[in-house]
Design a binder for this molecule. Structure first.
Ligand code: ADP
Length: 168
C-alpha cells in the first residue's frame, strides 16, 4: 500500500523552511500532498489560487509531491485522500505548544491519523511566512529566504502604488 502524507498549512507564501520540510517528507513517503488551507479568517496576503500556484511551481521537480487545497476539517480531508499521516514542521520550542495541542486534537477527531513533526535545517529555524512578508513590506531583500518566483510574487504584490498623477 502506498504511504501518503499530508503537509497542511497556509503557505502565505511558501518559504525555504516549508520547502525543506517537504523535501524531507518526500524521502519518507510514497506521496506527499502539500495541502494549502483556505484560511480566509487569517486574511492571507495571497489568494488561495496564488498560494497554490507558488507551491506548485516550487515542488514541480519533486515527483512524489502533489499539491491541493482544502477547507474544513484537516482529518476529514486526510481521510478522503487516504493519507494516514499529517506532517507538520517544528521550528522552535515556541511552535511546540500549539502544534502539540493541534496534534492531540486531531488524534481525538480521528485516531487512525498520526501527526509527525519534522525539523528543518537549522538555518531555516528562524523563518516564517509572517517575517518574510514583513521584510518584503519594508523593502528588504527576501531572496535568501524564499524561492526566486516567490520573491518576485512578493515584490509584485507589495509594490507601492504609484502616486496619483505620477508619470510613468
Ligand atoms: P499554519 O498557518 O498552518 O501555521 P504555515 O504555512 O505557517 O501554516 O506553516 C505550515 C507548517 O509549516 C506548520 O507546521 C509550521 O510550523 C511549519 N513551518 C513554517 N515555517 C517553517 C520553517 N521555517 N521551518 C519548518 N517548519 C516550518
Amino acid at each position: 500500500m502506498k504511504r501518503t502524507a499530508i503537509y497542511p498549512g497556509s503557505f502565505d507564501p511558501l518559504t525555504n523552511g516549508h520547502l525543506d520540510v517537504i523535501q524531507r517528507a518526500a524521502k519518507l513517503f510514497d506521496r506527499v500532498i502539500v495541502a494549502v488551507a483556505e484560511n480566509e479568517s487569517k486574511h492571507p496576503l495571497f489568494t488561495l489560487a496564488e498560494r497554490l500556484a507558488l507551491v506548485k511551481k516550487a515542488v514541480a521537480h519533486l515527483p512524489p509531491v502533489a499539491t491541493d487545497s482544502f477547507d474544513g476539517l484537516l482529518v476529514e480531508y486526510a481521510a478522503a485522500r487516504q493519507a494516514g499521516t499529517i506532517v507538520r514542521g517544528l521550528r522552535a520550542v515556541s511552535d511546540f505548544e500549539f502544534e502539540f495541542q493541534l496534534a492531540l486534537m486531531n488524534r481525538k477527531l480521528d485516531e487512525n491519523i498520526e501527526t509527525i513533526f519534522m525539523m528543518p535545517k537549522d538555518t531555516y529555524t528562524f523563518l516564517s511566512s509572517r517575517i518574510v512578508k514583513e521584510i518584503a513590506r519594508l523593502g528588504g531583500d527576501v531572496r535568501p529566504f524564499v524561492p526566486a518566483h516567490v520573491s518576485a510574487a512578493l515584490q509584485k504584490k507589495l509594490k507601492p502604488a504609484r502616486p496619483r498623477g505620477a508619470r510613468i
